[in-house]
Design a binder for this molecule. Structure first.
Ligand code: AMP
Length: 387
């Protein structure tokens, strides 16, 4: 079946209102599209850039259907949209990626079953729905392990470590006794991610792997190129290609991987949307992940993904505001620093408020510069505290 191209001048609908939608909307508008967004909050990062901001619950299927009627294609910047909402949108317009792909990626059990069915490597895991399941899972998987809710987990939320001495039943109680997976704790050498795109015509394209460092389970620093052997980078891209093809996916998909100390690659999870680890593509790649998403879902050829120069991205969390407004001028005085802020009014601790990107002759140099710029943001604060 051939589907028509969705030409510039058309309207793209984004479900979700966060920074991913914001940067997607910027890319879409640069290409001449109009953008509508639907999210439960008002004045969202995406809504500030979009032509139209609809404030509605994702559960309000009628509002989602009405929203979809006004646009030529619907996409996501947030994957935890109910299946019913994606289905309602699909009654009236194109939904890319499809609700079926979303259903796999938004639920850890469906995701792990899909991956194992296709022979893709994941950490040992067991499904948990009852206390008996949990006892059997701890017996089979052992300790240390991580109990994770099957749905609605992100940035380490909905996870408890099952170490020696921890009562698994009590730990499960902390997760509201929700459906879970128990996953073996992986002896990590590093974490990488691959962002791939698949077009309406089945063409695929990949950014080279990103090397990610987390703090308190939240992405802290990404560098590219990743410091991994060529065969690991190749395998990670081939796994991403398999997932895109098996899901008949249209759009941007990110796969987060663990690289074990033994050099083995394991899939951690799928994100059916642009991803925080790809933010540096905005400045450092020929085509950003956001533009690639626009091209893929609108039926256009995918753009070149080459890295123009080694780069690093550091996240700016709300914690940086603890002693007042960060010192933007100090970081911006570094001419190689690109500052991105998401327009969020309340800088709560742990909240992603923005990021910095630096390009340099080596990834290590880029990372040092990006970290130095972030330190400068709060450098005046210590002085103020001493006064
Ligand atoms: P997730 O929300 O599943 O991506 O987990 C957030 C972070 O927790 C990961 O990026 C890892 O740093 C860490 N983590 C999660 N699962 C495991 C595991 N099975 N073994 C080791 N570290 C893990």
């Amino acid at each position: 079946m051939t589907t028509p191209r969705i030409n510039p001048g058309s309207t793209i609908g984004v479900l979700g209102g966060g920074q991913l939608g914001r940067m997607f909307a910027m890319a879409a508008r640069r290409l001449g599209y109009r953008v509508h967004t639907l999210a439960p909050e008002h004045d969202t990062p995406t809504g500030q850039i979009a032509d139209v901001e609809v404030v509605a619950s994702y559960d309000d299927v009628d509002r989602v259907r009405a929203f979809a009627r006004e646009v030529q294609v619907v996409t996501f910047e947030f994957e935890n949209v109910p299946a019913a909402a994606a289905a309602a949108a699909a009654e009236v317009t194109f939904v890319r990626p499809s609700g079926a792909a979303l259903e796999v990626a938004q639920h850890r059990i469906r995701e792990k079953r899909f991956l194992t069915q296709h022979g893709l490597p994941v950490a040992p895991f067991a499904e948990v729905r009852t206390e008996d399941d949990l006892r059997a899972a701890v017996h089979a998987i052992g300790r240390p392990s991580v109990l994770k809710t099957a749905a609605l987990g992100y940035d380490g939320k909905g996870q408890v470590a099952i170490t020696e001495g921890v009562d698994p039943i009590e730990a499960w109680g902390q997760l509201g006794r929700a459906e879970c997976v128990l996953e073996a704790f992986v002896d990590l050498e590093r974490e990488i991610s691959v962002i791939g795109a698949r077009g309406v015509d089945g063409a695929t394209s990949f950014f080279e792997p990103f090397d990610n460092t987390h703090r308190h389970h939240i992405l802290d620093v990404t560098v590219c190129p990743a410091d991994v052997p060529a065969n690991v980078a190749f395998d990670a891209i081939e796994i991403t290609r398999t997932v895109l093809e098996q899901l008949e996916y249209v759009g941007i998909l990110c796969i987060e991987f663990f690289v074990t100390r033994a050099g083995k690659l394991l899939v951690n999870e799928l994100a059916p949307r642009p991803h925080n680890s790809g933010h540096l593509t905005f400045d450092a790649c020929r085509t950003s992940q956001f533009e690639q998403q626009v091209r893929a879902i609108c039926g256009f050829p995918l753009g070149g993904t080459d890295l123009l120069q080694p780069a690093a991205m550091v996240n700016l969390l709300g914690d940086l505001w603890a002693d007042g407004e960060p010192n933007w001028a100090a970081a911006l005085a570094m001419p190689d620093v690109k500052l991105h802020l998401y327009g969020k009014a309340s800088p709560r601790p742990g909240r992603k408020m923005g990021h910095l990107t630096v390009m340099a002759p080596t990834a290590t140099h880029a990372k040092e510069r990006a970290l130095a710029a972030r330190r400068l943001l709060v450098s005046g604060h210590a002085v103020r505290a001493l006064q």
